[in-house]
Design a protein around this ligand. Structure first.
Ligand code: BG6
Length: 509
């Protein structure tokens, strides 16, 4: 293993992180583990405090005990107990009802006290980890209490989790409300896929290597497949998921984040808006799916029982007659010079055979095959494929054809492989470390701008409408533990192609 030296960054500026909905899953699974990892890397300043806002009547010690036991499974096994305790001691418990103005008046007093006692500089990151119905209200209440105002060089940032709306109209309405309370440059909309190291690496791979860009276009690329396959079902999230479905849950956000990162034009700088401008442009260039194309360009599925797992309709808090999809596949085209004519096939689903996310870029076949005598016929020589492995086993693989050592001319596909862990070791990461750090530093590059959110919803809106008007007749249509419905195979086979088989499926339960 060749471990590379890491650049050391400066700690984030002083500040307070106020977590609304601190009794929920996100705080224990992601936020506290990420804060711990930042602290371990020396990226949290001494003058950093956490205010946890919850409606439960408990005190700071009770909350510390709760987060200590609940977050432990999600922090590094070798975590330093001293450092973890130090983080817990920075917690201030704040009991309050999100809808009461008095809550925010008391919060203003607490923030002033923290500033005086811990020199937090009046800086605040308000993190909305509540059910989405509260997002708009909390933002408006913060503003009414004067907490959104940035004076004397202080910053006030609002972090909004997903789901961001449930369709185009509600996403627009939410944007409007948030922008009444905060300026757009104070709003940090999270898409945790953008926090993944491997997603961030796509830009570095594409734009820091001179051999990649010349072939990254329609002249050399035949098509691209993006797969986000999950082996888990809906677990305890049936209540949310049955109202959302795979399309809303994954496509306008995570899948389009991957697609835009892989297809955008180089930005002039890494300045927050330069990169986001390019992402916004490419999203606008995706061909709209017309209502009459929905049934041929998209596929929906719902898992039935299989491989020892229950059917979706039998999951906790799911309607036994539910027509919510747990799988979606789509074919998308992009109207730009670079991508005209190159199909992008995307698919995502629950209860598939493995957990993996990858982007597979398949190149066109060699134009002429001079190896007539090789044991492989031309149509059997596989095309070169470049695979960006987002998770697990993060890395980049390239397949090409090589000669098998033998007097008989024979070709065989082989692979070149770069694996993150071999080069850089395994860093404990939740994906939220970079997002929190960038937000504290005021760098919005990895966060979604209002127009990007709305472009995502605009693309899927016709699909939502047609699917709602024409409920599925054959749900469930794929067995748990399978690759989704037959129609997904048909979607890509109609173009003479097939889904790339999973090479390193990793089943997580
Ligand atoms: C979430 C979705 O945003 O992303 C979940 O709501 C999904 O349904 C999850 O399981 C996938 O994230 P990851 O990081 O596990 O790929």
């Amino acid at each position: 293993m060749t471990e590379q030296p890491r650049k050391t960054a400066a700690p984030a500026p002083p500040g307070v992180m106020v977590i609304f909905g601190a009794g929920g899953d996100l705080a224990k699974r992601k936020l506290f583990p990420a804060l711990y990892n930042l602290m371990k890397q020396g990226l949290l300043p001494q003058q950093f405090r956490v205010v946890v806002v919850d409606r439960r009547d408990r005190d700071a010690d009770a909350y510390r005990d709760f987060i200590d036991s609940e977050a432990r499974p999600f922090i590094d096994k070798d975590a330093s107990a001293t450092l973890w305790q130090e983080l817990l001691q920075r917690i201030h418990y704040f009991n309050g009802d999100f809808q009461q103005p008095d809550t925010y008046a008391r919060m203003a007093t607490l923030l002033d006290e923290l500033d005086k006692n811990y020199q937090t500089g009046g800086n605040c990151l308000f993190y909305l980890a509540t059910p989405p119905g509260f997002f708009g209200d909390i933002a408006l209440q913060l503003q009414a209490a004067g907490l959104a105002t940035q004076k004397d060089g202080q910053w006030r940032h609002l972090v909004v989790e997903k789901p961001f709306g449930r369709d185009l109209q509600s996403a627009r309405a939410l944007n409007k409300t948030l922008q009444q309370a905060f300026n757009e440059d104070q709003i940090y909309r999270i898409d945790h896929y953008l926090g993944k190291e491997t997603v961030q690496n796509i830009l570095m791979y594409r734009f820091a290597n001179s051999t990649v860009e010349p072939i990254w276009n329609r002249r050399y690329i035949d098509h691209v497949q993006i797969t986000v396959s999950e082996s888990i079902g809906v677990g305890t999230r049936g209540g949310y998921y049955d109202q959302a479905g795979a399309l809303r849950d994954m496509i306008p956000n995570h899948l389009l984040a991957l697609l835009s990162t892989v297809t955008m034009e180089p930005a002039n700088s890494v300045d927050g808006n330069a990169v986001r401008d390019e992402q916004a442009k490419i999203l606008k260039a995706i061909q709209p799916i017309l209502p009459e194309q929905v049934l041929t360009q998209t596929v929906r599925g719902q898992y039935g029982a299989g491989a020892g797992s229950a059917a979706y309709r039998d999951e906790d808090r799911v309607d036994p007659n539910s027509s919510t999809e747990t799988f979606v596949a789509m074919k998308l085209m992009i109207d730009t010079w670079r991508w005209a004519g190159v199909p992008f096939y995307v698919r995502t689903g629950k209860r598939m055979p493995g957990r993996y996310t990858e982007i597979a870029v398949q190149f066109k076949p060699a134009p002429n095959m001079m190896f007539h005598d090789s044991l492989l016929r031309r149509e059997q020589v596989p095309p070169n494929t470049l695979v960006l492995r987002i998770q697990p086993n993060e890395g980049i693989g390239m397949s090409f054809n090589a000669k098998v050592p033998s007097p008989i001319p024979q070709l065989s596909p082989v692979e070149m492989d770069f694996s993150y862990s071999n080069y850089f070791g395994d860093g404990p990461t939740t994906g939220y470390e970079t997002l929190l750090y960038e937000c504290m530093n005021g760098d919005p590059t990895l966060f979604k701008r209002a127009d990007v959110i709305e472009s995502g919803w605009s693309l899927v809106q016709p699909v939502l409408d047609v699917w709602q008007a024409l409920p599925p007749r054959e749900f469930p249509n794929y067995a748990s533990g399978s690759w989704g419905p037959q129609e997904a195979d048909d979607l890509i086979r109609r173009d003479g192609r097939s889904w790339r088989p999973c090479k390193n499926c990793h089943v997580d339960n």
